[in-house]
Design a protein around this ligand. Structure first.
Ligand SMILES: [Zn+2]
Length: 297
């Protein structure tokens, strides 16, 4: 029993610190239960950074509830909290929706996470459940147990009966907000919106980006807030720039063709050392300001 415990502890230590002097950033940030006592600031990039002075999204409000409170990921930049509250008020105007169920935003000090997301590191990403809230008086334990719903079929190619015009209205409103940089959602949902959005006002569709997963929630990414000097703006890809349209094109269809049916040719082995990710970053991989975020009271 004791030997087993030691073996488990040893293997945990080995996983947590490949180099004894450089602990993993996700372990360090994951251990912080409160935000830094600093002015709010998004530092670095969505998938490689941290966040000073984050604020808690109130666990419940008139038009929202934060879900899975045990994860302690309901922390965001002030701009994110006001955006989510604004969007939840709009959601409450939709038939069948009392507001929004809000999933992960960021850890108290942002940074890489011990499990789950590649981004959500600077307090400007948030996940919103596809499940229309019928109640906004869920207890803490109910918020751990209930699950969202998937809006697409098992073969991933199209939306299912859970997808409603209200989902489209919500995503359209969410994407039309000038504070939003982009929104990630399952390709099937974007295809459905491409097929039904009226001609004319389709600019908002460009901000909706197809991605794997994201069938039970959508992911809103805000732009760097004005004056956020350490926040790295996301550059649009060349394809987005040249198309300049609504993104209802071949790239979108790739997600339900080649992505799901990969060509049988062997992939080329990647060149060079493996790319570092949220799982492997150490502090020297993050912007230098993140050390102060971590050590601040
Ligand atoms: Zn997300």
């Amino acid at each position: 029993m004791i030997a087993k415990f030691f073996a488990a502890a040893l293997s945990l230590t080995l996983i947590a610190s490949p180099v004894a002097s450089e602990p993993l950033a996700r372990v360090l940030f994951g251990a912080k239960s409160a935000p830094s006592e600093q002015a709010p600031s998004a530092i670095g990039f969505y998938s490689r950074g941290c966040a000073a002075g984050l604020q808690a999204m109130p666990e419940s409000g008139p038009t929202w509830q934060a879900m899975r409170l045990s994860r302690n990921r309901n922390w965001g930049q002030p701009e994110m909290l006001s955006y989510l509250q604004d969007l939840s008020r709009f959601a409450a105007s939709l038939p069948g929706w009392k507001g929004l169920y809000i999933g992960d935003i960021s850890q108290p000090r942002g940074g890489p996470m011990t499990g789950g997301h590649a981004s959500h590191q600077i307090g400007l990403d948030a996940d919103i459940w596809m499940l229309p809230p019928k109640r906004l008086d869920l207890s803490r334990s109910e918020r751990e147990k209930i699950s969202s719903i998937s809006v697409r079929t098992a073969d991933q190619r199209s939306v299912n009966g859970n997808w409603t015009p209200q989902h489209m209205a919500l995503l359209r409103h969410a994407a039309s907000d000038p504070r939003v940089d982009r929104i990630f959602v399952a390709a099937a949902a974007k295809i459905a919106m491409c097929n039904t959005a009226p001609r004319g006002d389709r600019a908002w569709l460009q901000k909706i980006r197809p991605i794997y997963g994201h069938n039970t929630h959508f992911h809103v990414r805000l732009k760097c807030p004005p004056g956020a000097r350490y926040c790295e703006t996301q550059k649009p890809t060349v394809a987005q720039l040249s198309k300049g349209g609504d993104g209802c094109d071949d790239t979108l269809m790739w997600w339900v063709t080649d992505y799901l049916n990969p060509p049988k040719t062997a992939p080329k082995p990647p060149k060079g050392p493996p790319k570092k990710t949220a799982k492997t970053y150490v502090m020297s991989d993050l912007p230098s300001q993140c050390r102060a975020v971590l050590s601040s009271r």
